[in-house]
Write a protein that binds this ligand. Structure first.
Ligand code: ADP
Ligand code: MG
Length: 871
């Protein structure tokens, strides 16, 4: 529509909207935020708002939807969760003073990756905005990533090969991606419901020169070398610069708590792909809603929000450098071994508020009086951590604590300056402590004296006038008054001046009262002003120490996580794993950390497992429900926990450092992505086959299930051979195809294990115990019976099974001798023949009594059989 017939209000809206086209514009009108035009329609759809229309002066009617200004945060939270961007257009002058239409401006843009409001952020996890820049121009094989948590100021940059981009973005659980338009059509970036919001910006904003200028300006430095950028790091500079530039637009007031860019070189942490993260249920349950069922949920006994966020990151970034793992384990060992040390540290952690996010608030000028009180209380706790840790002997604990800067100067400042019980907002007054400013104390004295005087007025005026019900009162609009009820109006003296008439009385003031009132108001104005100034100065002083605050925050977080590991180990009976640089994996009485917590104590059956040169590939068989998947994941989780630096749920564990943990769990639910299950399964398997090395741990659960049995067994067979011959990765392969147990005889590195069940009559009892050797059969029918299939079906299945097994005994000799089978040689046909079900025609033929048939019947039957045989 044209703008010519717009009202001034709509012109204002249009102006603001033109600068924030991709955002929903929340336009303040009185007590409401209004959405207009397509924003209104989208708001109605996303938020369930009622769509109305506004008569726009002339003929046009404008679609309109509104929310009460009070409810803004709730709506913002919902939109941010939906990945939507919102621009807040506020009234920037007092409507009472405005000449003509009230001036409005966009004061804040809220995007999923840049939100700061407390209500919109989860305390216990980081909120990452990630800029992604392709290395070079066309068909990039690597990307530069810059990762920022605005709430804490953490900024890192790293390079990621194209093949790992999805895994890395998934691990970061980014809320928003910042991308050059050139990537708009990239197939590497898939938009998904619940995934990050995509923000595309013009390609020039990602140019090297533009971006390095941005960085130089943001950090007020002359050169980027100090950050550790090297000549090949252009894509990192571009990503970090674009990110900082974007941030500058979102928060024009500046961000004072941005930490220096930290460059992460590859090889420090283990890459975890999406399948592994999901299948091992590290931080999110496989099925939404089952919140308790994750490793994070079991491990999270952190005391502080900073610790909770760091624990989540550590779980998603297992270490791969042995020394890094060892020093964490040493610290945990010490904290585990000394309950007194642990209790002392955890006790001190108890009173510490979120220093990292507080630094963020300080840096963006949003710090409230109570934040500073929280800061003071937190700083008071730091020395206890330093002192406790100072007595420790483990290197990591010592280095985190013994030279910790406890910011005593800031603590003293806040202790002297901020009241013990400050109000929520500065405007309420009483933030600054008595004794901090003589001027302020004097003013308060004047005010309080005047207030006292006025309070005493009631008694004096009652005596003077003889009106025993006379009251002195105060309200915001009229100030102080003397109130007299109707029945006493005749006693009112001449010097009372009427101020306000009520239903059953009158309110008055006197010249004396007026004078004292002015004294109170005058003092209060000055107090407000002065408190504002003083608070501003204190805030600035805190802001100038933001780096020290951040440093203390990150130490506290690490100490918290380390004590949490010790605490969990103590509570759940974990042991220190022996992490070594060899290849053998040996777990004694290992348990699944999550499954064991879901059942009563002692009910979980621990199991041993060894992967060494006598068998580094285990073919794990056993009927459905026996416990194969549980064992498989248990090994993965134990390995991961060890590399995170935690103790593990076992009686003893010797574990190699792995470079990757791969998991593939059969027939899961990627249908939502429009790929067939089997296709997904195969591409995931392909990823494993391409990525695994002899240092990897590969966990395969039922691969090949999504296709016919022939296909399935053949693929599983070939994959196992390939891993054995080419990759040498430690592998556990859970399968219900017990045909695969033959691999144990054929390949030197493959051994069979099974989860034992006992047959009792027609039933099976699950023992959950691992044993050497393959399962002899799959007990599928017994399990089906347990599951409640009708007895007729069970009986028929038994009949079929015995027929099949009968056929099988006529089958060939098997597959040759151990070692005789090389990869790539012909597929073993005979052992598959057991799958051949007898054709119904054959069965009918067998049942025919030829002597009892007439020639005509015989001929009809022959035709019928031929028909059957044909289809
Ligand atoms: P499978 O993969 O062989 O079909 P699962 O590993 O899914 O079997 O295990 C089935 C169920 O058995 C699990 O949900 C769990 O409740 C129980 N279970 C598995 N392992 C154990 C164990 N070691 N001790 C106790 N219960 C177990
Ligand atoms: Mg299973």
């Amino acid at each position: 529509m044209s703008g010519s017939d717009d009202t001034p209000l709509m012109q204002q809206w249009r102006e603001a909207k033109s600068r924030h086209r991709d955002a929903l514009l929340f336009f303040r009108v009185g007590d409401f935020y209004e959405l207009f035009h397509s924003d209104a329609e989208e708001g109605a759809r996303l938020l369930g708002l009622t769509l109305t229309s506004r008569n726009n002066g002339a003929a046009a009617r404008v679609p309109l939807a509104g929310i009460p200004a009070k409810a803004l945060d709730d709506y913002l939270a919902r939109l941010v969760r939906l990945g939507r961007r919102v621009a807040i257009c506020d009234q920037v002058e007092d409507p009472a003073l405005a000449k003509g239409i009230v001036k409005r401006e966009v004061t804040e843009v809220i995007t999923p990756g840049t939100v700061l409001a407390e209500g919109l952020l989860s305390e216990r996890r980081n909120n990452f905005l990630v800029a992604v820049v392709p290395e070079g121009r066309e068909g990039a094989d690597a990307f530069g990533l810059a990762v920022l948590d605005v709430s804490t100021g953490d900024l890192t940059a790293r390079k990621v090969p194209a093949a790992e981009l999805t895994a890395e973005l998934g691990r970061l659980e980014a809320s928003e991606l910042l991308l050059p338009r050139a990537l708009e059509t990239s197939r590497l970036l898939v938009r998904e419901a619940g995934g990050p919001a995509f923000t595309f910006r013009d390609d020039w904003m990602f140019e090297g020169d533009v971006c390095s200028d941005e960085l130089l300006r943001a950090y007020a430095v002359q050169s980027l070398e100090g950050f550790g950028f090297q000549s090949g790091d252009v894509s990192l500079v571009r990503a970090a610069g674009a990110l900082v530039q974007y941030l500058g637009e979102i928060r024009p007031a500046g961000v004072g708590h941005l930490k220096p860019v930290k460059i992460l070189r590859p090889g420090h942490v283990m890459l975890l792909d999406e399948m592994t993260r999901r299948n091992l249920e590290l931080v999110e349950p496989l099925r939404a809603g089952e919140e308790g069922g994750t490793l994070l949920a079991v491990m999270d006994e952190t005391v502080t929000a900073m610790g909770a966020r760091l624990l989540r990151r550590w779980i998603l970034e297992p270490l791969v450098i042995p020394e890094d793992i060892w020093i964490r384990l040493d610290a945990v060992t010490e904290l585990h071994g000394s309950p007194k040390l642990r209790a002392g540290v955890r006790d001190a952690l108890g009173g510490i508020s979120d220093l990292e996010r507080l630094a963020g608030k300080v840096g963006t000028g949003r710090v409230a009086p109570r934040d500073l009180l929280g800061l003071r209380r937190s700083l008071e706790r730091l020395p206890a951590i330093r002192d406790a840790g100072g007595e420790a002997s483990s290197a990591l604990l010592r280095s985190l604590t013994s030279d910790m800067d406890c910011l005593e100067d800031l603590r003293d400042l806040l202790g002297r300056a901020i009241a013990d019980d400050p109000p929520a907002t500065l405007q309420e007054g009483g933030v600054i402590r008595t004794g901090w400013s003589t001027e302020l104390d004097d003013l308060r004295e004047v005010r309080d004296g005047a207030v006292d005087f006025i309070a005493g007025l009631q008694t004096r005026e009652r005596e003077r006038t003889g009106i025993s019900s006379l009251k002195v009162g105060f309200n915001k609009v009229f100030g102080y008054y003397l109130e007299v009820t109707k029945s006493n109006l005749d006693k009112v003296p001449d010097d009372f001046i009427r101020k306000q008439t009520l239903a059953n009385g009158e309110r008055y003031f006197t010249p004396e009262l007026k004078a004292w009132e002015e004294k109170v108001f005058g003092a209060e104005d000055r107090i407000g002003q002065l408190e504002g100034e003083l608070f501003g100065r204190i805030r600035a002083q805190v802001a100038s120490e933001v780096t020290r605050l951040q440093d203390a925050g990150s130490r506290v977080a690490a100490v918290d996580v380390l004590t949490t590991f010790a605490q969990v180990a103590e509570r759940l009976g974990y042991v220190r794993p022996e992490v070594h640089t060899g290849f053998d994996l040996e777990v004694r009485a290992g348990r699944h950390p999550v499954v064991e917590t879901m059942m009563p104590r002692e009910e979980f059956i621990p199991n041993d497992l060894v992967l060494d040169e006598n068998g580094w590939i285990v073919v794990l068989t056993g009927p459905n429900m026996a416990g194969k998947s549980t064992v498989l994941r248990q090994v993965g989780l134990i390995q991961l926990l060890a590399q995170v630096g935690s103790f593990v749920p076992a009686d003893a564990a010797r574990l190699p450092v792995t470079d990757r943990i791969f998991t593939r769990v059969g027939a899961s639910d990627n249908l939502a992505r429009g790929q067939s299950t089997f296709m997904v399964e195969m591409s995931e398997t392909a990823a494993i086959v391409h990525g695994a090395t002899e240092r990897s741990l590969v966990l395969l659960d039922e691969i090949g299930r999504g296709t016919s049995t022939y296909d399935g067994v053949s693929i599983a067979w070939a994959v196992t051979e390939y891993i054995h011959e080419r990759l040498g990765a430690r592998t556990i392969f859970a399968t219900h195809y017990h045909e695969l147990t033959q691999l144990g005889d054929l390949l030197a590195g493959v051994k069979n294990m099974n989860v034992v069940v006992r047959e009792v009559g027609d039933d099976v009892v699950f023992l959950r115990r691992l044993a050497d050797g393959g399962a002899d059969r799959s007990y599928g029918i017994q399990v089906a019976r347990l599951a409640g299939l009708p007895s007729g079906v069970i009986a028929r299945a038994r009949e079929l099974l015995s027929e099949l097994e009968g056929t099988h005994t006529h089958g060939g000799e098997g597959l040759g001798r151990r070692g005789a089978h090389r990869p790539g040689s012909e597929a073993p046909p005979d052992q598959l023949s057991m799958f051949q079900v007898e054709h119904p025609v054959v069965r009918r033929l067998r049942d025919i009594e030829p002597d009892g048939l007439s020639p005509k019947e015989a001929l009809d039957l022959l035709y019928a059989l031929r028909r059957e045989a044909k289809d």
